[in-house]
Every structure is written in C-alpha cells, then in structure tokens.
Design a protein around this ligand. Structure first.
Ligand SMILES: *[C@@H]1O[C@H](CO)[C@@H](O)[C@H](O)[C@H]1NC(C)=O
Ligand SMILES: *[C@@H]1O[C@H](CO)[C@@H](O)[C@H](O)[C@H]1NC(C)=O
Ligand SMILES: *[C@@H]1O[C@H](CO)[C@@H](O)[C@H](O)[C@H]1NC(C)=O
Ligand SMILES: *[C@@H]1O[C@H](CO)[C@@H](O)[C@H](O)[C@H]1NC(C)=O
Ligand SMILES: *[C@@H]1O[C@H](CO)[C@@H](O)[C@H](O)[C@H]1NC(C)=O
Ligand SMILES: *[C@@H]1O[C@H](CO)[C@@H](O)[C@H](O)[C@H]1NC(C)=O
Ligand SMILES: *[C@@H]1O[C@H](CO)[C@@H](O)[C@H](O)[C@H]1NC(C)=O
Length: 547
C-alpha cells in the first residue's frame, strides 16, 4: 500500500513536469508578495546558496564562527528552501533538519538543554576542552529562539511539503527547545533573559505560544501569554522597546512581532498586542530614519557598524521589503559588506514582509522614501534591571546631519549587553560628500552618561564619573572617510564635511590615532580621546556645536 502510494506520487510529479513544465509552486507565486519582497528573497537566498556545502549538508560560515559551518544559518535556510521549493530544495531542507537536530543538546540537567550547536564541529559544552563560562560562552542561549522561530515558519507554512516523519521530528525538537528556553530566568546562573532584552524575548514569546498550541503543552502556552504581558507592560511605559533603535535588533524585533501576528494563536495576547507594537515600531523608524543619508540616526542601544550602507543590518531588510533595494540602507556590493552574517536572515524577512507592511502607516512609508525635513525626536526607553531610571532620548534630524543621544545611568558600562562596541549613546552622522557618510560616535567608558542632542549640538557629561582604570576620558571614534583624497583629519574640529566647534573642561591636548585592527565592528576609525586633568573634581563635559 505504502509503496504504491509513493509510486503514484512520483508518477504524478513526473507527469506534471512533462505536461506543463511549470515551476513547482513557490512562495513568491502564491503569496501576493510585493516585487521588493520577492527581489529580497531571491537575492538573499541565492547568496545563501553559494555557502551551501552539499557534502556536509550545512552552510559554510560567512565570517568567524565556532566552526567551519554555521548551524544557525543552516537552520534559517531550511524554511527558505521550502518556500522556494525549486528542484532539490525540499530534499536539502530535510537534510538540514536532520543535521541541525542531531546537534541539539538533550540533557535536561544542563542549562543549555534544548539549545542547538553553533557549529557541527563543536564539542559538548561544559567539558574541559570547551568549558561552560555561562551563556554566550560555549553555547548561545538565543540560538533556541532563532532556530525555533525559523522552524515555526517551516512547519506552519510548508509542513505539507515534508514527510510526516520529518514533521514530527521537527515538532519534537521544537518542544525540547521551548522547554529548554524556560530554563532561562534573568539574573539566575548568568542568564540575561529579561523583558528588556527585547529581541530574544519577543522570539521566545512566539516560540512558547506556537509550540504550546502545536504539541498541546499548556505550560508553554501559558508561558507565551505571561511573556507577552511582561514585555507589553514594559513597552507600554514609553511605547518603545527597551533595546531601543538598534539597526540590527530593532529589525529582529519587527520580524518577531510579525510572527506574533502571523502565527500567534487566535485568542492570545500576542495577537492582541502585536499589531500595536509593530505599528509603533514603524512610527519610530519613520522619525529616526534619514532617507538622504540612508541611515538610522542615533542613539543606538546596540549597533554593529557606523554606516548601514556598508554593513548588513536587519532594519535594512525591513526597509528593503517595504520600499525596494534602491532606496534601502543595504550595501550595494554584497561581496564587500561588513557584518555579512545577518544577510543569511534576509529571506525570512522577505517572507514576513507582507505581514510587516500591513502595519506600515502611509506617512512613514513616505518618510522612508524622502526625508521629511528638519525635526527633533524625543522619547524614553527603560531597561530594568540595568537602568537606574528610564533613559532620555533626544535626536536632531536634518537634511544631511543627524545627532542622536541618550542620558543613561546603568549598573554596567556598555549597556545591558555590556559591550562598548555595540552601545552607542551619542552619535553624529553626516554627508561628507555625495557618497560618504561620516560618523562620530562616543565610545563609552562610564556607566553614567548625560548626553543630549539639540539642533546642531551634542552635549556629553559625566555626572557621576567613576572610571577607576585610568583617568576619566571622552573617547570618540570618527569613521567614514573611505577615500581621504589628501584630507588631513586633525581632530573633532578637523573632520571632513562638518564644521565642529568643541568646548570642554578636559585637557586641550587630545590624542588621536588611526586604528586598523578591525576590533570595533570591523571598521577602521580615528580614535580621538580627551582626558580630564588628574586632580579634576567637577562634572567633566564635552560639547560639540555644528557651525
Ligand atoms: C512551566 O513554565 C514555567 C515558566 O513559565 C517554568 O518555570 C516551569 O518549570 C514549567 N513547568 C514545567 C512542568 O515545565
Ligand atoms: C528625562 O526627561 C524627563 C521628562 O522631560 C525628566 O523629567 C527627567 O528628569 C529626565 N531625566 C534625566 C535623567 O535627564
Ligand atoms: C549639507 O547641508 C548644508 C546646509 O544646507 C550645505 O551647506 C552642505 O553643502 C551640505 N553638504 C552636503 C555634503 O550635502
Ligand atoms: C554614582 O556611582 C556610584 C558608584 O558606581 C553609585 O553607587 C551611585 O549610585 C551613583 N550615583 C548616581 C547619582 O548615579
Ligand atoms: C596634518 O595636520 C597636522 C596638525 O595640524 C599637521 O601637523 C600635519 O603637518 C598635517 N599634515 C599634512 C600632510 O598636511
Ligand atoms: C597633556 O598636557 C598635560 C598637562 O600639560 C600633560 O600632563 C599630559 O601628559 C599631556 N597629554 C598628552 C597626551 O600629551
Ligand atoms: C582610544 O584611545 C584611548 C587612548 O589611547 C584608549 O584608552 C582607548 O581604549 C581607545 N579606544 C578604542 C575603541 O580603541
């Protein structure tokens, strides 16, 4: 019986191929997706195709990772292949599920229970060769969410393309991933899963909700509701996500919110809150995006670069889906972009673009295409338990200069991700010329920073300077002069295309070095550092005025 059914199936496929020669139905022909979403999907999946190693059944890592292959990228690729459904795509996806699931950690006594390997070469975490120094050491707790959410798309929308055995295998794996995710409690065992960690929190919420319903585990469903309420309550304080305005993670957040809307169970809090949070995300983007510079103005709670036209960000994917590549903040030379990794994620953004743009207000779309004119944006965002009070955000947007800043007092230096490379609480961006975007970003060395933007000005002070290793200082990174054409950068008052007047109570003899070690987001930059006199006791400040 089974055999003949299989033969029948084969026959039908064979006949269909002969009769119509029509391509197998793929996502793009039936979804009614916009040309820009289809273009993004095709461009990015073809980029992924080039990393595929057919011998191994994994995507080769596009940049440094824990091994030759990248399990997370590979997992993302599976639903993409199913959506494309070209020759051989489904078979590849099945191999991927088998491979990635074979690297899932199954010991319920471990903190990484249900998580997936970062690379198939990795040894067991928590061993002598690969010690467990907490989350993000030999294991990354967020991989459960990234893989889990991608596979929700696979099972929900394309499960009919898969053999029943694969479907139940993936379901079982997601059930384990979701249960392992519940081991995460912020502040316990080095875990940082709080509602303020917006992007994984939004992903875990849909993971719990969808898997709970799919496998009939009421505890997961309940957790999904609890997590949705917790992040909504925090979001409601200022109508902002705590992980504010990150060119990468604000994109992940919008994607996850689209998943809430697409895949959340019908009577859930996800369905209730998702549209509102997504609409506000677009509104914020419409205020902070500068279509002339093709960049999101600061401040950035987390950023992987200083010019979105040079690195792959995920807000780039959101905007590409909404208005097309030409006007999107996406590197035009894909071979040469910084932070390549996230490009592997773009096809999944394309699949959710139809959902995302349902909530895109017409006025915001206009702003994405054409800069609306000079304006100020002010807001607040709050990240307990890291912030001692809500951060105040001020951004001045003008035609070819933006200044963004936030006042912050935290328990750690470098924002909640404790990472000065990512945390950029004060930043100026401008058009050096028609092709180059200059950027001055404040490199944080203090946990308490008063930074305020106003038309043409940025004021930074340290109300509670506590730096103990070395003298109190103000570090600025200048980048963007990719072709210097003989221009002599001499300091903050000597950058190309921007006239800056600086006042400070720091020593006037700043240091400046050109840094090419690519240790900060792969970029080369000038490091301009002002140092306070040793015996200084007041409030250190630096003010920059555009003249
Ligand atoms: C149910 O979920 C909660 C988190 O929401 C978790 O603490 C608890 O251990 C779970 N119970 C079971 C039986 O999995
Ligand atoms: C932030 O702004 C609010 C509203 O203007 C103000 O009440 C508060 O004092 C400000 N906080 C800081 C730390 O500047
Ligand atoms: C930026 O705008 C100012 C004021 O409108 C103008 O003087 C300057 O030439 C512009 N710079 C560039 C690179 O467009
Ligand atoms: C100043 O910093 C110290 C040491 O980190 C801290 O205990 C104190 O709460 C801070 N004060 C303010 C007003 O932020
Ligand atoms: C660049 O400016 C510095 C500081 O003003 C000066 O010492 C140096 O000679 C200049 N170099 C060139 C090539 O003009
Ligand atoms: C700057 O000047 C101060 C005081 O004159 C001196 O102590 C310090 O070493 C100088 N720093 C640099 C980087 O030249
Ligand atoms: C910038 O230079 C200062 C002074 O030399 C140094 O302390 C700091 O670590 C440098 N910052 C970066 C990001 O390289």
């Amino acid at each position: 019986m089974k055999l003949s059914l299989a033969l029948l199936g084969l026959n039908a496929a064979y006949n269909a191929a002969i009769v119509s020669a029509a391509p197998v139905e793929s996502w793009s022909t039936k979804s009614g997706a916009s040309p820009s979403a289809v273009d993004m999907f095709n461009t990015a999946i073809e980029w992924n195709d080039k990393y595929w190693d057919d011998d191994a059944g994994y995507l080769i890592a596009s940049s440094e990772g824990p091994g030759r292959y990248d399990s997370r990228h590979t997992a993302w690729y599976a639903p993409q292949l199913l959506a494309r459904n070209g020759p051989g795509d489904v078979a590849k996806a099945i191999r991927i599920f088998d491979n990635v699931i074979s690297g899932q950690y199954l010991d319920p006594s471990k903190q990484w229970y249900g998580d997936y390997q970062g690379a198939p070469s990795e040894p067991e975490p928590g061993t002598l060769v690969y010690p467990d120094d907490g989350p993000y050491s030999s294991w990354d707790p967020n991989v459960r969410d990234f893989v889990g959410c991608a596979w929700i798309v696979a099972l929900n929308d394309y499960g009919h393309l898969l053999p029943a055995a694969t479907v139940s295998k993936v379901e079982k794996s997601l059930h384990i991933a979701a249960r392992g995710d519940l081991y995460r409690v912020g502040g316990v065992d080095g875990d940082n899963s709080y509602p303020c960690y917006s992007n994984p929190w939004l992903m875990r919420t849909i993971l719990q909700n969808w898997v709970g319903a799919r496998v009939g585990d009421a505890n997961l469903t309940k957790s999904g509701e609890k997590f949705a309420q917790e992040i909504y309550d925090l979001w409601s304080m200022h109508h902002t996500l705590s992980e504010f305005n990150s060119p990468t993670y604000a994109g992940v957040a919008m994607w996850a919110l689209a998943l809430w809307n697409q895949y959340g169970t019908s009577d859930s809090l996800l369905k209730k809150y998702g549209p509102e949070m997504l609409t506000y995300s677009w509104e914020e983007l419409g205020q902070l995006y500068n279509a002339n510079l093709k960049n999101l103005a600061g401040p950035w709670d987390r950023s992987y670069g200083y010019n979105m036209n040079e690195y792959a960000s995920l807000i780039g994917a959101v905007i590409w889906g909404a208005i097309g590549l030409e006007k999107a903040p996406v590197p035009k030379n894909l071979l040469a972009m910084y932070h390549q990794d996230d490009f592997a994620f773009y096809p999944l953004f394309a699949l959710s673009t139809p959902e995302m743009v349902k909530y895109l207000p017409a006025k915001v779309k206009t702003n994405l295409l054409k800069f609306p004119g000079e304006h100020m944006y002010t807001s607040q965002a709050y990240s307990p338990p890291f912030d001692t009070y809500p951060r105040n955000i001020t951004t001045w947007m003008s035609k070819n200069v933006t200044i963004g800043a936030e006042t912050v007092a935290e328990h750690v230096v470098g924002g909640p991700s404790i990472n000065p490379s990512q945390f950029t609480p004060a930043v100026i961006q401008w058009a050096i010329d028609d092709h180059q975007i200059g950027c001055i970003s404040h490199w944080v060395t203090e946990s308490s920073i008063h930074a305020v933007a106003a038309p043409g000005s940025l004021k930074i002070s340290y109300p509670n300077a506590t730096s103990t290793d070395g003298p109190v200082s103000f570090n600025f990174l200048f980048s963007g002069l990719d072709v210097n054409n003989g221009f002599n950068v001499t300091g903050l008052e000597g950058v190309p295309g921007l006239n800056v007047k600086l006042t400070t109570n720091a020593l006037p003899n700043y240091t400046m070095t050109y840094n090419t070690d690519h240790s900060v987001n792969e970029f080369s930059f000038y490091n301009i550092t002002y140092t306070m006199p040793k015996s200084f006791t007041g409030v250190p400040f630096v003010s920059l005025q555009i003249v």
